[in-house]
Design a protein around this ligand. Structure first.
Ligand code: NDP
Length: 496
């Protein structure tokens, strides 16, 4: 009979559960999607898009040059009047079709998203792809109710929208941008991020299959220079950007004086606040989800963890024990919690900021785990003894790194949470509803979650305060940045 020691020494581990990429049918090489077709570049270049977990090529893509960008904008300009002239009901039908096609190709899209960007398949399968479809469904429903959404006022589209998306949620961000723009009757030119263009190109295939009129959407992968050229194109009517605050400011200055409406969804250093009366185990799950979801490559990541002093040691120990159980590795394995860092550049940025945390005197704990020999990886990391002035407390790390600060009173929690140039999101963990409302109303953050974190819904508005940007995406508020709304109030007698 086994002794107690023998029994407890059994190590239960997970068998590998990789999602097969066999069903994925990628082309070897993708052209630019302009005017309804995949075309060769005029002055762009072919480049490989690599898998950050293996450093192998996922597919060859084309980066747009200035001539290609101009071509895409001109195609959008030609297509827009016809698209605007369709009834909202007709435009909605196209969007419904796109949503259903995303659902049909969901498995393939999820696998490719994980291959091209490094995120765990569980997340791309359960979050990115379903939410991308949900955004098209949501805005399909709005397409024939635009005036109703604007209080009965007359509305018209802005024209041609230039849209630039980052690498952390490539397909989902494309859906966030395209769905409302199209529902409102605009044409769009979308520039995916340099490291993650492939699912946007699969989305272009879906738009083709949905028979979206040529030119209404063009997808032109490219680097930062392509983004910079796109926003400087003379014939655009709207810019929507998600990415870093530095680039957001650059775009803002490029548009100065041009009267082009701009939506910026930028970085964050969001506070996740745990009060002593919170359900602590539940809070720990929320902290983990808040910072390790998508390797922390999340603009609203709960990267500043504020814990009430009386429970700080308990929460940190519970969190550390939970972190030790996170599984890092193959993004295509369904058991993986933490996938690959999106690029070598991003890994170096994370390493640099983590080194600064140690140099400035914070105490670092990093989970010990075997890192794959190829690819870009960073193990989950926790910093304690963090001072508000430390770089790791002030700057966006955009990696699986959480900085813990403490507070004694509610007022101090609010002051510390707001003491940042950013203002994208926040989390509040407390059992007291009144406290949650009081704190939420004092926080300068666009999205505030109570007793949960990183929950997204197409009907909810998302956007920032201060240097986290302006304008809202999602829900009814997400229509406004794509419409010109008449100043005249509706005739009270008229039907909406
Ligand atoms: P960027 O802001 O540089 O990238 C976002 C998008 O903008 C990409 O498509 C990028 O192209 C494009 N771009 C780059 N330069 C310009 C420009 N001058 N004009 C117009 N478009 C441009 O983010 P990074 O990838 O460089 O990441 C840097 C940091 O930014 C991260 O460490 C993170 O802190 C933060 N970030 C925040 C995001 C958020 O959602 N809030 C998302 C991504 C990053 P390309 O991919 O070729 O560079």
């Amino acid at each position: 009979m086994a002794t107690q020691e023998q029994r407890t020494s059994i190590v239960w581990d997970y068998a590998p559960a990789p999602e097969s990429p066999e069903h994925v049918r990628l082309r070897d090489s993708y052209g630019l999607f302009i005017d309804g077709d995949f075309v060769d570049p005029v002055d762009g270049a072919r480049v490989p898009s690599t898998n950050p977990a293996t450093e192998e090529t996922v597919a060859e893509v084309t980066f747009a040059g200035p001539g290609d960008i101009r071509r895409a904008v001109q195609a959008a300009r030609r297509a827009q009047p016809g698209w605007t002239a369709l009834s909202g009901l007709e435009r909605g039908k196209y969007l419904f079709r796109v949503a259903r096609l995303i659902q049909e190709r969901a498995r393939e899209l999820a696998v490719v998203e994980s291959m091209d960007g490094g995120k765990p398949i569980r997340e791309s399968r359960d979050v990115d792809v379903p939410l991308a479809a949900a955004h098209f469904f949501h805005y399909a429903g709005w397409a024939d109710k635009l005036s109703y959404g604007m209080g009965g006022r007359a509305v018209e589209p802005l024209g041609v929208a230039a849209q630039i998306v980052p690498w952390n949620f490539p397909l989902l961000m494309a859906a966030w941008k395209l769905a409302p723009a199209l529902a409102c009757g605009n044409a769009a030119v979308l520039k995916p991020a340099e490291t993650t263009p492939v699912t946007a190109l699969l989305l272009a295939e879906i738009l083709q299959e949905a028979e979206l009129p040529p030119g209404v959407v063009s997808v032109i992968p490219g680097d930062g220079a392509a983004g910079a050229a796109l926003v400087r194109e003379p014939d655009i009517d709207k810019v929507a950007f998600t990415g870093s605050t530095a680039v957001g400011k650059n775009i803002q200055s490029a548009l100065a004086g041009r009267r082009i409406p701009l939506t910026l969804e930028l970085g964050g250093k969001s506070a996740n606040i745990v009060f002593e009366d919170a359900a602590l185990d539940q809070a720990v799950e929320g902290i983990v989800n808040g910072i390790f979801f998508n390797q922390g490559h999340v603009c609203c990541a709960g990267s500043r963890l504020l814990i009430q002093e009386s429970v700080a040691d308990t929460v940190v120990e519970k969190l550390w024990a939970r972190m030790a159980r996170l599984r890092l590795g193959d993004p295509l394995d369904k058991n993986t919690d933490v996938g690959a860092i999106n690029s070598r550049e991003q890994l170096e940025r994370i390493e640099g900021l983590v080194a600064s945390g140690e140099e400035e005197g914070a105490v670092r704990r990093t989970v010990v785990c075997e890192l794959p020999s190829r690819g870009y990886w960073f193990a989950p990391t926790l910093f304690t003894d963090v001072a508000p002035a430390h770089r790791i407390a002030a700057e966006e790390i955009f990696g699986p790194v959480v900085s813990v600060l403490t507070f004694r009173t509610q007022a101090e929690a609010i002051e510390k949470a707001n003491s940042t140039p950013y203002g994208l999101a926040a989390g509040i963990w407390t059992d007291k509803g009144s406290k949650a409302f009081e704190v939420a109303s004092a926080l300068q953050a666009g999205v505030i979650w109570q007793n949960t974190y990183n929950k997204f819904d197409p009907s909810a508005a998302f956007g920032g305060y201060k240097e986290s940007g302006f304008g809202r995406e999602g829900g009814m508020s997400g229509l406004r940045p794509y419409l010109r709304v008449s100043a005249a109030a509706p005739d009270p007698g008229s039907a909406l």
